[in-house]
Structures are given as structure tokens and as C-alpha cells.
Design a protein around this ligand. Structure first.
Ligand code: GRF
Length: 197
């Protein structure tokens, strides 16, 4: 299976996928391309250091959203991929792409959906909201992407304890280590090997 990984930032989830492929815990999978909307994303460097093609499609380079959306879809199409993995990609996927890649786009979200998800819940904000609410357990979710925001069918979830002295930063890190970096590679391997229908 050929995959495109779409990123906006540090790329630790991308790294977890690369490591899992190298370790053989993801099988039958090749990263065809890493696409970022942000030219400065460290994820692009991680990709290049691992010999993976890395490209940037930034909204700043296009006159309007429609042109950007079209270019994003063209770019993904150009690599002939079976699955698109959103690994910290902060741009809403254009509807046309959702339709063309129906049930072939997955996303990792750093909470137990349906808690702390949807518009406005991204990055540290998710963990700030969890601490604000006082939940004792949070986690991460891998789900298919549909037209909504974090509304597609859930594939995998993993729970993580919230600790007494957590800050948004410490909680974010624990959710990544204990949940995101495990269930995202696991979901890719399940799809690559026909264990999700
Ligand atoms: C992760 O917390 C992911 O769940 C969220 O954005 C963050 C990306 O981190 N959507 P990284 O770029 O994979 O390090």
C-alpha cells in the first residue's frame, strides 16, 4: 500500500510511522510522499532525512482557497496513493478530496472523540480544554475523515490518565507517547493488511 502523510508541524507522528515501517510493525506499506502546508515544518526535514519525498503546498502561494484546494488534490493524485494519513495536518481537507478518497483518509486526534473535538480543538487547545474540564482520563483517536470536523467513523482509540500536576504540555506529551504514536501506526497496518473493511 502506498500512503501520503500530510503534516503541518514537528512530525513526531510521521516519525512513529517511519519507525514502525523500519521495525516491521507496519507491513506492506510505503510512504510515497510527505506533504506539508507549512514550508518550515520540521516534519519535512524528518522525511528528507529518511529518503522520503517531501513537498510543500502552502495556501500562501495561491491566490485563493479554491486554487490551493485544487493543487493539494492534484499533488496527492500525482503520487498514486491508496491511503492518505493526516498526522497533525492543520488544514481542513477540501470536500472534493474527501469524496474522491472516501474511506481512504484517516486522521489522528489527541482526545477520546466525541470529547474535545471539532472546530477550534487542535494542538494544545485540546489538552487545555481537558484540564479545564477536569477529566481524569483522555487519550487519542484514529478515525476516517468525512466532510465534517472529527466526525468520521472511529477506527482505534487509546485512553491515557490525566495526572494531578499536568500542564497542557505534559499532558500533550503523554498522550503522544502512550496513545498517538501507537494507534496511528497500528491503524495503518490494519488497513494495509485488510483488517478494516
Ligand atoms: C498531534 O498531537 C496530533 O494529534 C495533532 O497535532 C499533533 C501533531 O504532532 N492533530 P506531530 O507533528 O505529529 O509531532
Amino acid at each position: 500500500m502506498r500512503i501520503a502523510v500530510m503534516v503541518s508541524g514537528g512530525g513526531t507522528n510521521l516519525q512513529a510511522i517511519i519507525d514502525a515501517i523500519n521495525a516491521g510493525t507496519i507491513t506492506n506499506t510505503e510512504i510515497a510522499v510527505v506533504i506539508s502546508n507549512n514550508a518550515n515544518a520540521y516534519a519535512l526535514t524528518r522525511a528528507r532525512e529518511n529518503g522520503i519525498e517531501a513537498v510543500c503546498v502552502s495556501p500562501k502561494d495561491y491566490e485563493n482557497r479554491d486554487t490551493f484546494n485544487r493543487e493539494l488534490l492534484n499533488k496527492v493524485n500525482a503520487y498514486n496513493v491508496d491511503l492518505v494519513v493526516l498526522a497533525g495536518f492543520l488544514v481542513k481537507i477540501p470536500e472534493e478530496m474527501v469524496h474522491q478518497y472516501n474511506h481512504r483518509i484517516i486522521n489522528i486526534h489527541p482526545s477520546l472523540i466525541p470529547s474535545f473535538c471539532g472546530v477550534g480543538f487542535y494542538g494544545l487547545k485540546v489538552h487545555e480544554a481537558a484540564l479545564e474540564k477536569g477529566v481524569k482520563v483522555t487519550g487519542a483517536t484514529v478515525h476516517f475523515v468525512d466532510e465534517g470536523m472529527d466526525t468520521g467513523r472511529i477506527i482505534l482509540q487509546k485512553a491515557v490518565d490525566v495526572l494531578e500536576n499536568d500542564t497542557p504540555q505534559t499532558l500533550q506529551r503523554r498522550v503522544m507517547e502512550q496513545a498517538e504514536w501507537k494507534i496511528l501506526p497500528q491503524a495503518i497496518d490494519m488497513i494495509a493488511n485488510g483488517r478494516i473493511h
